[in-house]
Design a protein around this ligand. Structure first.
Ligand code: ADP
Ligand code: C5P
Ligand code: MG
Length: 206
C-alpha cells in the first residue's frame, strides 16, 4: 500500500467544512477515501456531569485529544485500522461505541483546529481553509444546532458570544496563513469541490 495522502480541511464553525468533505467523498466513485472529523477527538468527559460538560470551552485547543488523533493518523499511514471515537453533541461526550476505520489512499481530516497544532500540520499534504463570513456562519450554526445538536436559540447565542467567537478570533482565524488553498463559502462551492475531486482522483490513479 502506498503512503496515504492527508488533506486537512479547516475553517470556522458553520463555514461548511463537514459539507465540503462529504461532497468530495460523494464524488469519489471508488471510495478510496476516509473522512476523519476532529470533532470525534473531543476529550473524553465521562468524569464530568452533564451540567459541567455544558460549560466546557469546545473551541479552545485544550478541548481536543490531539495525541489520540495523531496516534490514529500515524496508524492509518502505517496501513493499520483504527477504532475512531463517535462524538455525541447532544450529551457533550464521546459515545461508548467506536467505529472501525480502515486505511485508505486519501484521508480527509476536517475540523476547526486542524491547522493549529504544528504536529498535525506537519502530517498534512494539502491544507485547505474554508472561508465564510461570520454572519453567514452564525446563521448556519443556529439553524444546524437547533435541528441537529439538541440546542435552543439562547444556548447557541450564549455559547457563541462567550467562547465560540473569542476562540475563533484567537485560535482559528490566524491559522488561515498556513492554508495552501482557501475555499470561499464552503458547502456548495462546486468549482472548488470539482478541483479537489480531480486532484484526489489523480493521486489515487498515480
Ligand atoms: P462546519 O462543519 O464548517 O461547521 P457544516 O458543513 O456543518 O459546517 O455547515 C453548517 C450548516 O450550513 C449545515 O447545515 C450545512 O448544510 C449548511 N451549509 C454548508 N455549506 C453551505 C452553503 N454553501 N450554502 C448553504 N448552506 C450551507
Ligand atoms: O462542525 P463545527 O465546526 O461547527 O464543529 C465544531 C463546533 O462544535 C465548535 O465550534 C464547538 O463550539 C461546537 N461544539 C459544541 N458542543 C460540543 C462540542 C463541540 O457546541 N459538545
Ligand atoms: Mg462540522
Amino acid at each position: 500500500m502506498k503512503k496515504p495522502i492527508i488533506i486537512g480541511i479547516t475553517g470556522g464553525t458553520g463555514s461548511g467544512k463537514s459539507t465540503v468533505s462529504k461532497e468530495i467523498y460523494k464524488s469519489i466513485e471508488d471510495k478510496n477515501v476516509v473522512i476523519i472529523e476532529q470533532d470525534s477527538y473531543y476529550k473524553d468527559q465521562s468524569h464530568l456531569t452533564f451540567d459541567e460538560r455544558k460549560k466546557t470551552n469546545y473551541d479552545h485547543p485544550f478541548a481536543f485529544d490531539n495525541d489520540l488523533l495523531i496516534e490514529h493518523l500515524n496508524m492509518l499511514m502505517e496501513g493499520k485500522a483504527i477504532e475512531k471515537p463517535i462524538y455525541d453533541f447532544e450529551i457533550h461526550n464521546r459515545k461508548k461505541e467506536t467505529v472501525t476505520v480502515c486505511p485508505k489512499d486519501i484521508i480527509i481530516l476536517e475540523g476547526i483546529l486542524i491547522l493549529y497544532d504544528e504536529r498535525i500540520r506537519n502530517l498534512l499534504d494539502i491544507k485547505i481553509f474554508v472561508d465564510t463570513d461570520s454572519d453567514v456562519r452564525v446563521i448556519r450554526r443556529i439553524t444546524r444546532d437547533l435541528q441537529e445538536r439538541g440546542r435552543n436559540l439562547n444556548s447557541v447565542i450564549d455559547q457563541y458570544m462567550s467562547t465560540v467567537r473569542p476562540a475563533h478570533m484567537q485560535f482559528i482565524e490566524p491559522t488561515k496563513k498556513y492554508a495552501d488553498i482557501i475555499i470561499p463559502e464552503g458547502g456548495y462551492n462546486k468549482v472548488a469541490i470539482d478541483i479537489m475531486v480531480t486532484k484526489i482522483k489523480s493521486i489515487i490513479n498515480e
